[in-house]
Design a protein around this ligand. Structure first.
Ligand code: FCB
Length: 439
């Protein structure tokens, strides 16, 4: 890598991120059915109808996986606590589930790794999906209770806790575009999910404050939105996309307001009295997390609202077909601090690329991933140079894993996983991080 640890401020945290359903193996340990099991079992939703039943078998191999983090010299590990594992029916605790996260936490602490928990990374119990899932306002209370169950057990040992991973994915991607579970394409369901996911977040924060849990935040995904051409229509499409994707959730959480044009377009679909929830939604936070991968080019479209469509861009792309655009990360860090979070610490909670990695003579040369990390770490350094309080960077991901609707085919790991034998092989990018973190 072109960077060294010493190029970053003292105490800057380097970590790697994963999530429960993507790596653990959901058939183990008494976990309940999650909505991703149902989504994957429905033809046409997921490549080869793959699911997270076995995944990387991290449930049994977590010790060796934590060793990989420690041996590379990482400071922190961002993991998630599966709701369906901890509460198989969404409401009652499975002691085995909490025991697993207890062992995992101790495993991190024994290795000197800072535990950075994310409470919800999409493992909604099917039993709650049956009751409307994110469309049902009661989910705020259910999520509060799940928060309590997890944090009464783990809260005193966490370095940081995030409530929700990627509000846009939980609501828009899953209820409007239908690409993720529960696979709805319904504007009213979307508007309700957008509001309820924020209400659940705020309720969870209040619950954790009551328990004395420290260092609370949330993780927002952002995708730079640029007009596809010079027309005013394309500029309008990009601005609307930017509001939906990059402003709505962060504005709710940090300002207690929603962008005007989204209140106009979606307000009739929000639950009655939604304005009264904004105080809970904007409960004070200690930090913000940004997940960043790419940008989109937007053009106007004749269809119904939001009258826009994404257009393929000219930049070099990853295996996902996502354009590589590190400047977007810099610009989001600067903009988020300026418009929303001020002096609060910002963490890059996910960043990385999928690559068609192959094992050759027992090694994986993922030079493209090293270049991706390099260019995005440069973007982080530029933002820090401008005074943005970026306090850490988490690479996505430690392991190749279950990439949701794309199954096991897209590899994001710094460590290669053979999904037949479950053997782990650190890739060149893992070795590059190790060298970087020692310098
Ligand atoms: C993010 C998700 C994460 C992973 C990466 C590639 O949107 O948080 O689980 O799928 O994308």
């Amino acid at each position: 890598m072109i960077h060294k640890r010493s190029d970053f401020p003292d105490g800057f945290l380097f970590g790697a991120a994963t999530s429960a359903y993507q790596i653990e193996g959901h058939k183990f340990g008494g976990a309940g059915r999650a909505m991703w099991d149902d989504f994957a079992a429905t033809p046409g939703n997921v490549v080869r109808a793959e699911d997270g039943a076995l995944a990387c078998d991290h449930y049994h191999r977590y010790g060796a996986d934590l060793d990989l983090l420690k041996d590379a010299g990482f400071d922190a590990y961002r993991f998630s606590t599966s709701w369906a594992r901890v509460m198989p029916d969404g409401r009652n605790v499975n002691p085995e589930g909490l025991d697993f996260y207890d062992r995992l936490t101790d495993g991190m602490l024994e290795r000197g790794l800072k535990p950075c928990a994310t409470l919800y990374h999409w493992e909604l119990p099917s039993a709650l999906a049956d009751q409307g899932g994110w469309r049902n306002r009661d989910i705020a209370g259910w999520f509060g209770d799940f928060t309590g169950a997890v944090m009464e057990r783990l809260g005193d040992r966490m370095y940081s806790v995030a409530t929700i991973n990627e509000f846009w994915c939980v609501s828009w991607l899953s209820h409007f575009l239908g690409h993720h579970a529960p696979g709805l394409r319904d504007i009213r369901a979307t508007a309700r999910a957008m509001h309820h996911v924020l209400l659940a977040h705020g309720t969870s924060i209040e619950r954790m404050r009551g328990l004395g849990v420290q260092n609370l935040g949330a993780v927002f995904n952002m995708e730079w939105a640029a007009p596809a051409d010079d027309s005013p229509e394309a500029a309008e499409a990009a601005a609307l996309y930017d509001d939906i994707y990059n402003h709505f959730f962060v504005s709710g959480a940090f300002k207690g307001t929603y962008p005007d044009r989204l209140v106009t377009a979606l307000g009739d679909h929000f639950p009655e009295g939604w304005q009264d929830d904004m105080a809970t939604i904007s409960a004070p936070l200690d930090w913000a997390g940004i997940n960043y991968y790419t940008r989109s080019l937007l053009a106007a479209d004749d269809g119904p609202w939001p009258h826009l469509r994404a257009v393929e861009g000219p930049l070099e792309k990853t295996q996902m077909g996502w354009e590589i655009y590190p400047k977007g990360l810099h610009d989001f860090l600067v903009r988020t601090a300026r418009e929303y979070t001020g002096d609060l610490p910002i963490y890059v909670t996910e960043n990385g690329m999928s690559n068609a990695d192959t094992v050759v003579n027992g090694a994986v040369d993922d030079a493209a991933r090293i270049a991706y990390f390099n260019s995005h770490l440069s973007a982080v350094r530029n933002a820090i140079g401008k005074g943005v309080p970026v306090k850490g960077y988490m690479a996505w991901s430690l392991l190749d894993n279950y990439e949701w609707a794309l199954g096991y085919e897209k590899r994001f790991g710094m460590v290669h996983v053979d999904f037949e034998t479950l053997e782990r092989i650190p890739k060149a990018s893992w070795h590059a991080f190790k060298q970087m973190l020692a310098g």
